[in-house]
Write a protein that binds this ligand. Structure first.
Ligand code: MG
Length: 367
C-alpha cells in the first residue's frame, strides 16, 4: 500500500500529515510534521546536525553520582565528576593571586578571609563551568551596606564578580547587593538568609571569547541561583565588573582561576566545587610569576619568555603561547608543541625537553 498524505486546513494554518502503513507492530509511527507555513526542519536546523532524531548510535551521557545537599550543620558532597576546590580540610587548591601561599585560614570545615591578606585564587584554571559555592557572613552582623559581610566570587581571575554581601534586612545600592553582578545587574530577588547562616550560589559561567587580534567575539554570560532561587538569568556582561567605572573587555585566555575577595570582612566559605562544561581538554594551571621567571631563558635555539602570567616559547622562529598543565609541563593550543622542565627548582633549571611534529629533544640552558 502506498503512503498517503492528508492535507488538513485549519484556518490559515496548514497541517501536513505523512501516513505510513505500519510494517510491524513494534515500529514507531511515521514522523508527523505539523507545518504552519514553513518546510520541515533541514538537517542544519537539528540541535546537532551530526545526529538523527533518536539516533541509537549517539553516546549516552556519562553516569555520575550527583551532589548531596548541605544543611546548616553539615556540608554536602560534590558530584563524583566535579573538581573539588575545598572540602573543609585544607587550602591546597588555593593560593594568593601572585601564586604565593595564602593567609586565609581554615577552621571547623570552612575557610575564612583574613583581613588584609588579599584575594585567594584557585591553582587550576576554568573556562565555561558550573561553580558551587557556600558562604556565610559574620554573625551577629557588623557594619553597614558595602561594609557588611562583603566578599565576592570572581570568574576570570579577578574580572567578573558575583557579589557576596550580608543583604538580609540590610540596604545598599541594588547592583552591589548579594547576588549582584557587581555594578551591572542587581539580583532578580533578594533570597538572602540571616548573617551566620550558610547560603549557596550555583553559578553557570560562560567565558568570553576573543579572536586572535583580541577583539571580543562573545561576552561573558552568568546565570546564578542563590539558595536555589534563580537571581541572574544568563546575563551578558558589559565587561569586567568594577567600582565607579564601566570597564571595557580586554582579551584574556578562556580558562582562568576562580577567586574569592578579601573586602576586609571575615566571610566564610565551604563545599566549593566546579564542573567544567564543554569539550574535555587538558587541565590548566596558573603558576606563580616567580616560577615562570625561573623557567625563562635561552635553551639552545628555543627562547622562553614570561608574558604576564604565561610563558611563551620561540621554536623554529615561531612564537607559541604556552599553557601549564602541571607545574613543570606546558603545551601550546595552536600547534602540538610540548615543553617540559625536568625540575621546577630555579637553581636546577638547566634544560628543557621539547617535542613538536616528528622532532623531540633536550635543549640546554645557555643563559
Ligand atoms: Mg564584593
Amino acid at each position: 500500500m502506498n503512503p498517503t498524505k492528508l492535507l488538513l486546513c485549519f484556518g490559515s494554518s496548514l497541517i501536513l500529515v505523512g501516513c505510513q502503513p505500519m510494517r510491524s507492530s513494534h515500529m514507531e509511527p511515521q514522523t508527523v510534521y505539523r507545518d504552519y507555513g514553513s518546510i520541515p526542519p533541514a538537517a542544519a536546523d537539528q540541535p546537532d546536525p551530526n545526529w538523527l532524531d533518536h539516533d541509537r548510535d549517539r553516546p549516552l551521557p556519562p553516569v555520575i553520582t550527583p551532589a548531596t545537599p548541605s544543611n546548616q550543620d553539615q556540608a554536602g558532597t560534590a558530584p563524583s565528576d566535579a573538581t573539588v576546590l575545598f572540602d573543609g580540610k585544607d587550602l591546597s587548591q588555593w593560593v594568593s593571586v601572585d601564586g604565593s601561599p595564602t593567609k586565609w585560614i581554615t577552621r571547623d570545615g570552612y575557610m575564612e578571609c583574613v583581613k588584609g591578606s588579599g584575594y585567594v585564587r584557585s591553582l587550576q584554571n576554568f573556562g565555561d563551568c558550573q561553580l558551587h559555592v557556600e558562604w556565610a557572613t559574620p554573625a551577629p552582623g557588623q557594619g553597614e551596606g558595602q561594609g557588611r559581610g562583603n566578599s565576592g566570587v570572581f570568574l576570570g581571575l579577578d574580572r567578573y564578580e558575583v557579589q557576596v554581601l550580608d543583604s538580609f534586612e540590610s540596604k545598599t545600592y541594588a547592583d552591589g547587593s548579594a547576588g549582584a553582578i557587581y555594578g551591572q545587574y542587581p539580583p532578580l530577588v533578594n533570597a538572602s538568609r540571616p548573617p551566620g547562616q550558610w547560603q549557596t550560589y550555583d553559578i553557570i559561567y560562560t567565558a568570553p571569547r576573543f579572536d586572535a587580534e583580541g577583539k571580543l567575539l562573545s561576552p561573558t554570560r552568568l546565570t546564578v541561583f542563590h539558595n536555589g532561587v534563580l537571581i541572574q538569568n544568563n546575563v551578558r556582561l558589559t565587561g569586567p565588573t568594577s567600582w565607579l567605572e564601566r570597564a571595557p573587555y580586554r582579551a584574556h585566555p578562556e580558562k582562568q582561576p576562580i577567586s574569592l575577595q578579601d573586602h576586609g570582612n571575615p566571610v566564610r566559605f565551604r563545599n566549593l566545587w566546579v564542573s567544567e562544561l564543554g569539550k574535555p581538554g587538558k587541565k590548566e594551571f596558573t603558576l606563580s610569576k616567580a616560577l615562570l621567571d625561573g623557567y625563562s631563558g635561552k635553551y639552545d635555539n628555543i627562547l622562553v619568555t614570561r608574558e604576564g602570567g604565561q610563558l611563551s616559547a620561540k621554536v623554529g622562529g615561531v612564537k607559541f603561547l604556552l599553557f601549564a598543565e602541571s607545574p613543570t609541563r606546558f603545551f601550546a593550543k595552536t600547534t602540538d608543541v610540548q615543553i617540559e622542565f625536568p625540575s621546577s627548582d630555579p637553581t636546577k633549571v638547566d634544560r628543557l625537553v621539547w617535542s613538536v611534529g616528528e622532532g623531540a629533544g633536550v635543549a640546554m640552558k645557555t643563559k
